[in-house]
Write a protein that binds this ligand. Structure first.
Ligand SMILES: *[C@@H]1O[C@H](CO)[C@@H](O)[C@H](O)[C@H]1NC(C)=O
Ligand SMILES: *[C@@H]1O[C@H](CO)[C@@H](O)[C@H](O)[C@H]1NC(C)=O
Ligand SMILES: *[C@@H]1O[C@H](CO)[C@@H](O)[C@H](O)[C@H]1NC(C)=O
Ligand SMILES: *[C@@H]1O[C@H](CO)[C@@H](O)[C@H](O)[C@H]1NC(C)=O
Ligand SMILES: *[C@@H]1O[C@H](CO)[C@@H](O)[C@H](O)[C@H]1NC(C)=O
Length: 452
């Protein structure tokens, strides 16, 4: 088995076989996405260096266009360089913008380039082309992906998923801007980019959301102990996305830091809200069959979608009073591991333990969540109070590069704050293609080895 495994790693990760893989990411050093710069990344294992890398607004393999920026002096085996090309106003293709109504979008099982390209050259010889892309329908890319249990997929996700504000320029509070906000992009855009796991901390409060005083909802997204926005509209966005894309999304209700202590009835009301907003598209366990005994991480995308269901809700069901605690639309939370209070070397050691899946690993054959995040408190330990963006700017590229090797095959859910400075979605999709290929060819491969 081990032999076949490594054999197929070589055959099926063409992006690793390229002389020098390159890709674009969005920097975290600007206040807003519009002002953010493109970063050019190369590696891992860029040995055959190109002479130069250019950024283009159109595909340079099909259209002759001048580069908007040129990067030379590519010497290391991997690197990241901030370009002076700004993102500007980011528009998705028609139908995929959150305010596009009555436009039927195209499906993009192979991803769709946004008008930001990066290409490497020797002189005028084009070597490689990549782009910043959206992955609206990646679960349909290979049919076998949909036949694998969720626990065997690499599912890219975000932490504190709805901790964003619509217009940062309007936000006066430094606390909110620098510490409470954890995402550049709203949940809608995260899903369009390809994220399929969302994490929510929920608070209960009667005084609602300063950004929308008309909203009378009591259930709000919380981050760093602050109420950020009402949950209801976030659920509406998720619902609209999955109805357009038919992708499966996992919603993880991970903590309830405000207003739930000794209030099980508020959990009941929240369950009621979930029924109201997304009840018709949540996978519902069928108690009349043996399926009931099957944990949700054993479900495949095909099984979830077979009745036009698209969401999996993870919830601490033990917090609910009976009989809601046995709600058929809720799955018990999966194991969660976080690097929030670790320094970089501890985080790497922790990943080694988790992703090895050896007998002493705390994760075995189950669904699990790896939160690659750093808490405010951890950055205080280093005697400087780094903002949420500064923390993600350091941690995200490291974790993503560690996940590009063999660990991509044992990863399940990986959740980041401010994910745009990584290519984690592409890394996850490639890993899934590879896993699906292995699954589909298992019998064939075993036969090959026996006959040799
Ligand atoms: C680019 O050209 C140089 C020689 O000018 C060569 O050493 C290098 O291998 C070439 N790189 C690629 C990726 O073809
Ligand atoms: C290349 O590596 C050297 C030594 O590790 C480092 O000092 C330099 O900043 C790196 N250059 C780039 C462009 O990453
Ligand atoms: C954000 O708010 C500022 C100040 O009110 C305004 O000038 C700007 O146009 C707003 N931006 C967006 C994208 O709505
Ligand atoms: C539950 O499973 C049984 C047996 O497979 C099936 O007949 C029934 O229609 C299912 N019920 C629902 C609600 O899907
Ligand atoms: C990380 O933390 C461990 C345990 O507290 C400590 O021994 C180690 O020196 C730290 N490493 C760095 C690079 O700060």
């Amino acid at each position: 088995m081990h032999l076949s495994f490594s054999l197929f790693i070589c055959y099926n990760l063409p992006f690793l076989l390229q002389a020098c893989p390159i890709y674009l990411t969005i920097s975290l050093d600007a206040k807003t996405v519009q002002d953010a710069n493109l970063e050019v990344n190369w590696g891992p294992e860029c040995h055959d260096h190109p002479e130069w890398i250019g950024i283009f607004s159109e595909d340079p393999s099909t259209t002759y266009v001048q580069p908007e920026a040129r990067i030379t002096d590519i010497t290391n085996s991997s690197g990241k360089v901030l370009s002076d090309v700004k993102i500007g106003k980011l528009r998705f293709p028609p139908g995929w913008n959150s305010n596009d109504v009555n436009v039927v979008p195209s499906e993009y099982p192979k991803g769709k380039c946004l008008p930001y390209y990066v290409a490497s050259f020797n002189g005028s010889e084009l070597l490689t082309v990549e782009c910043l892309k959206i992955q609206t329908n990646w679960m349909s890319k290979l049919e076998h992906i949909a036949q694998m249990p969720l626990k065997d997929l690499f599912i890219p996700g975000t932490h504190a998923s709805a901790a964003y504000v619509a217009n940062l320029t309007k936000t006066k509070s430094v606390l909110v801007k620098d510490y409470v906000v954890a995402q550049h992009f709203d949940v809608w855009s995260q899903l369009v980019f390809g994220m399929r796991y969302l994490d929510f901390s929920i608070g209960f409060d009667k005084i609602v959301d300063v950004y929308d005083s008309n909203n009378a909802d009591n259930f709000c997204i919380v981050n760093e102990n602050k109420l950020v926005r009402p949950l209801r509209n976030v659920l509406k966005d998720i619902k609209r996305f999955v109805k357009l894309s038919h992708e499966v999304v996992i919603l993880d209700f991970s903590s309830f830091p405000i207003g739930f202590y000794k209030h099980p009835e508020r959990h009941s009301s929240l369950l009621h809200l979930l029924h109201e907003e997304v009840g018709d598209i949540v996978y519902t366990r069928n108690t009349s069959t043996h399926e009931e005994a099957k944990p949700c991480y054993e479900l495949t995308i095909d099984e979830i979608r077979s009745n036009n269901k698209f969401l999996i809700i993870l919830y601490p069901v033990q917090e609910l009073p009976y009989p809601e605690s046995e709600s058929k639309i809720l799955c018990p939370n999966w194991k969660r591991f976080s690097t929030a209070f670790m320094n970089t070397s501890e985080a790497l050691d922790n990943m080694r333990l988790l992703f090895s899946k050896k007998h002493n690993s705390p994760v075995q054959n189950e669904g699990w969540i790896f939160q690659a995040i750093r808490s405010m408190e951890q950055s205080l330990n280093n005697n400087k109070l780094e903002t949420a963006k500064e923390r993600a700017a350091i941690l995200n590229p490291k974790v993503t590069s560690w996940l590009k090797g063999p660990w991509s095959l044992t990863a399940n859910v990986v959740a980041l704050d401010y994910f745009s400075n990584t290519n984690i979605i592409d890394v996850a999709i490639y890993a899934n293609m590879h896993k699906a290929f292995n699954m589909a060819n298992k019998n064939f491969v075993n036969f090959e080895i026996v006959s040799n």
